[in-house]
Design a protein around this ligand. Sequence first.
Ligand SMILES: Nc1ncnc2c1ncn2[C@@H]1O[C@H](COP(=O)(O)OP(=O)(O)OP(=O)(O)O)[C@@H](O)[C@H]1O
Ligand SMILES: [Mg+2]
Length: 232
Amino acid sequence: MTKDGAPALRMDSVRKVYPTGDEEVVALDHATLTIDHEEIVALVGPSGSGKTTLCSIAGGILSPTAGTVVVAGADITGYSARRLTDFRREHVGFVFQTVNLVPFLTARENLLVVDEIGRRTGAPARKRADQLLEELGLAGRGRHLPATLSGGQRQRVAIGRALMNDPDLVLFDEPTSALDTQLGEQVMELIRDEMNSRGIAAVVVTHDERMTHYADRTVHITDGVLEGSPPR
Ligand SMILES: Nc1ncnc2c1ncn2[C@@H]1O[C@H](COP(=O)(O)OP(=O)(O)OP(=O)(O)O)[C@@H](O)[C@H]1O
Ligand SMILES: [Mg+2]
């Protein structure tokens, strides 16, 4: 459970406008969403509908143009960039579609790199990394460079990295889109089990409706508007 029993995420009337040249792109409008602690929400929508924008705002990578964002009971809406960085490190995990492991570090080092900037360092961090690698079925792969891992293994390293700091909320942006269906199912199952056993809430972005049965709830997004949100 989050520190004070607050929902893992509360977004209220969030709007995001990207200024691009002479035209503005409204990527998110009136987005209102509450995610309970320990809840897994699938976010489904076509390309360009605002899924990555929503995740970036929920995780404090981007600031909203309007509206409020409360993560694990903390209203991060007005946080400075510096404070957001600290907040993310303590409370949020990210897993991206393109995995983005550091190519010249081993699987184990990719987990540890989080902690060089995080709160656990030295021996406790190495112990935690080894424990996570084992739980994720990568015990024998700690010394492998990403290029020598399979797609599913790389995705599992990315999941391990997101779990290193015991986050309250993990944002998965299309974690299965680079995987075939069977591997995608395995990774979704792993995500669900890891989140459930740790009591962590998650948003899982997917294009694939078949993946949504691993979530507690599915929310659709179209043209920056979440289904069920109040009308503009
Ligand atoms: N940095 C940016 N500057 C300007 N426009 C942007 C920027 N990032 C995203 N957009 C626009 O905002 C809208 C939402 O983009 P977003 O990346 O959130 O969509 P998405 O649902 O994640 O799409 P995909 O499924 O293709 O990843 C799109 O129209 C996109 O072109
Ligand atoms: Mg996206």
